[in-house]
Design a protein around this ligand. Structure first.
Ligand code: ATP
Length: 228
């Protein structure tokens, strides 16, 4: 297969330009399931990681690309003294008010998309063996489902998710349960998975599982008829 120049990829404005040139792996799972833990290990093994959740945090950090627009749309009460988005206040607002959610997404989604495409193209040009897109609500998005070649779901019992997130974010149980209700069910996610990472044991066990996954993904690429 002819190697496509990096330039032609950069000129394409969406991720479908990468399809067929590099394996596009989706990594999802419910809140607190361990997506970051898994993508950290894959990243150390050499995978190209594009974490859309991390990008969402970056654009709403102090001086983040979304902050001026959020200030204009929602007012200073949604900004922390350090200039970052006040997440808990915004979370409460958008849970109660779908219109506010739409307004927020109209600001954040194009910025997340732009940065996701830029990072993916950069990793491709730098020779990553495959790309992993960490997307919390991947199952809920038809455009992501249509794009990726292989879906990895990180799974653990719902009670483990709740305990981890209560502990990590210092949130009350009811708030974590509300977030869970807004996400696809565990069963729905598992029914779409090409591979499942069970993350209910230790981090050492997880590491071994993820190393096996890495080998499996490298193999997919080798087995693919279009690979060069
Ligand atoms: P979110 O959807 O909220 O971004 P996530 O799916 O990325 O979460 P992580 O942040 O990787 O999940 O994990 C949630 C928390 O649980 C973190 O504090 C992490 O350190 C911890 N954790 C993840 N896996 C394990 C494990 N196997 N053993 C112990 N702690 C774990």
């Amino acid at each position: 297969m002819a190697t496509v120049s990096a330039k032609s990829i950069t000129e394409q404005s969406d991720l479908s330009a990468l399809k067929g040139r590099i394996s596009l792996i989706g990594l999802t799972g419910g809140i607190g399931s361990g997506k970051t833990a898994v993508s950290d290990i894959l990243g150390k093994l050499g995978a190209g990681i594009v974490d859309t959740d991390l990008i969402a945090h970056q654009i709403t950090a102090p001086d983040g690309a979304a902050m001026n627009l959020i200030l204009k749309e929602f007012g200073a009460e949604f900004i922390d003294p350090n200039g970052a988005l006040n997440r808990s206040k915004m979370r409460t607002l958008v849970f109660e008010n779908p219109e506010a959610r739409q307004k927020l997404e109209k600001i954040t989604h194009p910025l997340i998309r732009e940065e996701t495409i830029a990072q993916a193209n950069r990793l491709y040009r730098n020779g990553a063996p495959y790309l992993v897109f960490v997307v919390p609500l991947l199952i809920e998005s038809t455009s992501w489902i249509g794009l990726i070649d292989y879906l990895v779901v990180v799974d653990c019992p719902v009670e483990t998710q709740i305990e981890r997130v209560m502990h990590r974010n210092n949130l009350p149980r009811a708030e974590v349960e509300n977030i869970l209700k807004a996400q696809a069910s565990r069963e729905e996610r598992l029914s779409k998975a090409n591979a499942v990472i069970e993350n209910q044991g230790s981090l050492v066990t997880l590491e071994v599982e993820v190393q096996n996954l890495h080998q499996k993904i490298l193999q997919i690429r080798k087995d693919s008829p279009s690979s060069s």
